[in-house]
Every structure is written in structure tokens, then in C-alpha cells.
Ligand binder design. Sequence first.
Ligand SMILES: Nc1ncnc2c1ncn2[C@@H]1O[C@H](COP(=O)(O)OP(=O)(O)O)[C@@H](O)[C@H]1O
Ligand SMILES: [Mg+2]
Length: 358
Amino acid sequence: MKTLAFFNNKGGVGKTSLVYHLSWMFAEMGVNVVAIDLDPQSNLTSSFLEDEQLLELWDTERSVPTIRGLIQPLLDRLGDIGTPDPVEIDRRIGLVPGDLGLSLFEDRLAETWGRCFDDNTANASDAFRVTTAFYRVMERAARQRNADLVLIDVGPNLGAINRAALVSADHVVIPLAADLFSLQGLRNLGPTLRSWRAGWEDRKAHQARRLPNLGLAIPSGAMHPVGYVVMQPSVRENYPVAAYRRWIQRIPRVYSKEVLEQPESAEIPEPDPMALATLKNYRSLAPMAQEARKPMFALKAADGAIGGHAAAVHASYRAFWDLAERIADACELPLSARRLSRRRESLVSSPSHLVDGP
Ligand SMILES: Nc1ncnc2c1ncn2[C@@H]1O[C@H](COP(=O)(O)OP(=O)(O)O)[C@@H](O)[C@H]1O
Ligand SMILES: [Mg+2]
């Protein structure tokens, strides 16, 4: 199992949309995925599920535990995480649903981070149990779904929930907008990731030395930087092309310095290998897809994707396909070669052929 987080402490840069679309695209490529919604705002969950399903999940006696339900025993100090039962979105996609109540976990996660070093073994063990809770949910959910990949969506902040989410991540993709805020954001993100990574390294070493029989699955916390995805501004936003160019040109240097810790003088190849994709703003395809509860690249004429929209649907298929392939390469994810070549052929021979389920 590989775990991959989409992280930026800025909101509205396309994190949730990327996790949603890549879940579908990886499924299309034959990869079983688990998507986990660790943003208390739960936008990923509401992208995947119909309103009635959401009601059932959040309002009534639930059969499927949300992330909050799974960690409730830890919150109540009554035991360990529950057994995940991911919602089946597709044969190859399982969702661990989000929950507004997840924010109740913030303080507990903040407080237990330091307590991993506690001299009292019971205290330290409890701290590790809490800090690794998300990872252990992912591990169990992935086992249950026979998944090779876990895609992690998080909220836009640098708090303790996100620290624990990132500690669970082998790899990290940073979605960005081409603007001043995003560049400033990158300058915070790099050092934050580094400090979390180092903090987890220290705790892992401490655990190996002092609590060798802890009996918990321990995440790598590698947070290996896979690269960044730039979200293009919408043409309608009337964003001047020159300004966009200016910001986008600065990204490779800032990413190299702040995230990869390369010296200022380091050569950056062109195109920057860390630039995984520049995603178009597909404008009205986004609400159309939300309405149809489908990825943009799977929209059909019956969903309203006609004329110019149909061409955009096709272009988005290619864009997400290429992005998923690059991510798979970087994460050394095995893709089924046969399935890929078959899909490629069908893409080329019949451009209107789009996901119809496996
Ligand atoms: N490639 C895209 N084309 C058009 N709209 C997009 C695209 N990516 C994201 N959006 C829209 O932009 C808004 C913010 O994206 P979202 O994924 O929710 O960002 P975040 O999770 O970083 O806050 C959403 O309304 C989403 O539908
Ligand atoms: Mg989001």
C-alpha cells in the first residue's frame, strides 16, 4: 500500500477535486484505491455521495462509520480505532467518509504529539496509538478493499489533524494556483513538511528504542515530495496572462529551495520535472460533473456535455490520465500494462470513449 496526500494550507487550489478525479482515473487504470476524507469540511465525501447517502451517513444510525466514528473510541479513551468499512463508490474505489466532528480530534492530536516521548510507557503508548490512528485506518481500509493506493484529502491548515494525516503519507503532491498567495504558501509548506518529517523520525526512533513491542503499524512518515500541480486561472476571471506567467515562472525555484531544500544555485531542468501538470480550469464542466456525481472526464452528452464541452471532456481525460501516470511513476505504483495499452488504443481510435465503469 502506498499513501499519497494532496497538501497545501491554502484552500481552493483544487486538492479535493484532484483526489476525486484521480480516484476515478486510477480506478480506470486498474488500480484499487481508497480515498480518505480527513478534512472536517468533508467536501470530498459530498463529491462522491448523493444527498440521501450523506443524510444517512451523518444524520441517522450509521452502518458505515465515518472517520470520526472510527476514532471515537480514542476520543472517549475507551479503546482503539474501529474497523473501517469503506463506502463502495465503484468496484475499485472505496471511500472512508469525512465528518465535521473530526475537528474534535484536533486537540487530542496536538496534545499527544509531545507525549510520544513520555517516560511513562502507558502514556507514550497511548500517544503513539492516537498519532498513528489515521494511518492504521488507512491500512485496514486498504486491506479490506485490496487497494494499492490510498489518496488523502485534507483541509487547508497546518494543524495537528493535518500533521497526523501527513505523518501517514509516503508521498505528497502540492496543488498550487499561480499567484502570490500560493508562492507565499509554498514558503511555509516546505519548512512545515520538513519539521513534521523530522519530528516523526525522532518519534519512530524513540519508539524502536523504548517501546519495541508496541504492536502498532507505524507509518513511514516519508512525505516524499512527488511534485506540484498548477491550477490555471479561469479565463472568465479576467486574470492577466502576463501576471499568470510571472507567478508560474517563479514556482520551480521556490519549490526547489523550500520543498526540495536545493541550494539557490541548483540547476532546474526545463521543463521542471516537479511540475506534474498544469490543469486547465474546465469552468462549467466542474458544476456539471458535481451535478452528475461523475468526474469531469466521464461526462456524456446526456449530462449536458455537448459541443465545446465534449471536446473539453476529452481534453480533461487526457490531462488526468497523464497526471495519474506521472504520479504512478513517482510513487512506483504498479500499473497493469495490458490494461493501459488497451485503454490507450481505445482513446486514440475513439476519442469519445470515456469511462463507463470497469
Ligand atoms: N480543473 C478544474 N476546473 C474547473 N474547476 C475546478 C477545477 N479544479 C477545481 N475546481 C473547482 O474549484 C473549486 C475549489 O476546488 P477544491 O478542489 O474544492 O479546492 P480545495 O480542496 O483545495 O479547497 C471547486 O469548486 C472545484 O469544483
Ligand atoms: Mg478541499
